[in-house]
Write a protein of this length. Sequence first.
Length: 229
Amino acid sequence: MLKKLVLGGGGLMLALPVQAATFYGYTAEPNGAVSGAALDARNSFISSLSSFSTEGFESFGIAQTPLTLNFQGSAGPLSATLTGAGNTDFNRGNTFATAGSKEFIAYGDTTVEFATAVTAFGFYATDVADLGRGLTVLINGGSGGVFDLLSGSAGSNGNLLFFGITSASPISSITFAGAGRNDGFGFDDLTVGQAAAVPEPATWAMFIGGFGLIGGAMRRRQRATVRFA
């Protein structure tokens, strides 16, 4: 995905690329609080975005899927549909809400399908893969990809992880795979946004060179003289 930067006067136009990247952090014993490597990963993810909006499930009662999600924030109101096996709830067992008092607890594969294209998505997950079920994230559209975050019984009770991705092209949906009735996972603070454009070295050179051309043109205009017959 390219973003355009236009400078008036000199007619300089630069296309700035959005870089694809993933962000991951795992906190084995958060003791019910957002902390450690998971928090660091989310902070890095947020800092890579030009705008973002979050869904924390606070507006829902104890609701079953499908859910209409409403992301609110600097990226504007964005909507998505969550389908699959699970429900919103207050803290249950070793899962916990990472903001507010509610979360979404998945008991099977669940999918978030976006109504508006996004180039970034991230989430917190709690109590993942502690009873033999692993968490795999499938990205549809955009840069695509399948990410095995935790497998088997690799997770500790009450653990916390954050995963985020920025894409060079729009993401259409995200699927969380692996949860089961005997090992449900908690999800919270689903975040969508637009990835910030990052100038490459060659782009910076063009940018600086363009300013030089604009400055030269302005100096030539200042030296111009008017002669009268």
